[in-house]
Design a protein around this ligand. Structure first.
Ligand code: SAM
Length: 303
């Protein structure tokens, strides 16, 4: 916890005011007048996936108290909803362009946010889902703002991953769960554990080496399937998942065989899950070692 005293600022109140919820007690203005001498600050917050229902009270209070809000959202309707919460919402979406490197776009987002922080503004970067999950700019902006002495932090949000666990009834702790960005899985040599769940993000962009395409097609997804076929049978079930972004929507869950993945329509907002393909194999050597330790310490084995 941050020390409080002259010239020091806490990011959480030391003595909460009785009767007030912590997010109201938290004095965001005080974040902007730290001993750095700067007034600017940055909060990158997550709006969650579903309009309205996923926004935390703390994230809302950051939006309301900001001088300027930048929005990296998935849906124009969500952006309109955000505009009702703040008079100065600046969309980051127009910086995307087919053929333009996403890295260039993401750097632009960082520069836009930091320029306002340096100008002394309380800046709130609002991103759909969780601002730190498969999202480069919020991490970079927080890192650079801190390096320049500005208070900067991230507030988590409900991500596509969280919705996926709920909607598909998956507990990542049951068999373990690996997450990969689909292109990274193609570009680098990785070890897939087929006894756990495999979650693939950005499959709609799989294999895009230019970073400038907004989607890739069946031929690129076929390369992904060929790679996965080294570990999974081609008739293995694949779940193509799209969580609801509007309260009137239902999650879309499609189950297809791995071999069909290149041939189905797939949007940029879908995540692909491969359930386990094999049973957990006991590690007998480690279990024997633990049993020996248990004997030494006089404890019993699990039931
Ligand atoms: C750049 S990442 C952003 C993830 C986001 N920060 C989050 O917390 O969920 C984009 C990827 O998230 C996943 N995604 C985005 N919207 C989704 C949705 N509505 N349902 C399922 N997955 C989604 C897809 O894998 C997509 O390619």
């Amino acid at each position: 916890m941050a020390r409080v005293g002259p010239g020091r600022t806490a990011t959480r109140p030391m003595c909460p005011t009785p009767g007030l919820p912590y997010y109201r007690v938290m004095n965001i203005t005080s974040l902007a007048t730290s001993n750095t001498g700067h007034r600017g600050s940055l909060a990158c917050i997550g709006l969650g996936m579903t309009l309205g229902s996923h926004l935390t009270p703390l994230a809302r209070s950051h939006i309301e108290q900001a001088d300027v809000v930048f929005a990296g959202l998935s849906d124009g309707v969500v952006e309109l909803w955000l505009q009702r919460m703040h008079p100065d919402v600046r969309s980051l979406q127009p910086y995307y362009r087919e053929g333009k490197s996403r890295m260039k776009t993401y750097w632009q987002w960082v520069r836009l946010m930091l320029a306002e922080v340096r100008a002394g503004k309380r800046v709130c970067g609002v991103f759909y889902g969780h601002p730190g999950i498969f999202a480069w700019s919020p991490h970079k902006a927080v890192e650079l703002a801190r390096a320049e002495g500005f208070p900067a932090h991230m507030e988590p949000g409900i991500s596509a991953e969280d919705c996926l666990y709920a909607d598909l009834g998956i507990d990542p702790g049951r068999f373990g769960c690996q997450h990969f960005e689909a292109s990274q899985l193609l570009f680098y040599q990785r070890r897939i554990d087929t006894a756990g769940y495999l979650v693939l993000w950005q499959v709609g962009l799989a294999g895009d080496r230019s970073l400038g395409r907004l989607r890739t097609g069946p031929a690129y997804r076929q390369v992904l399937v060929d790679l996965l076929a080294q570990d999974y049978p081609l008739d293995h079930e694949v779940i193509v998942y799209r969580g609801a972004t509007l309260p009137i929507e239902q999650p879309r869950i499609r189950r297809v065989a791995l071999r069909e993945l290149p041939h189905i329509p797939l949007t940029a907002e879908e995540t692909v899950v491969l359930p386990p393909a094999e049973a957990l194999r006991p590690n007998l050597a480690i279990q024997e070692r633990l049993a020996a330790l248990d004997r030494l310490e006089g404890v019993g084995a699990f039931a």
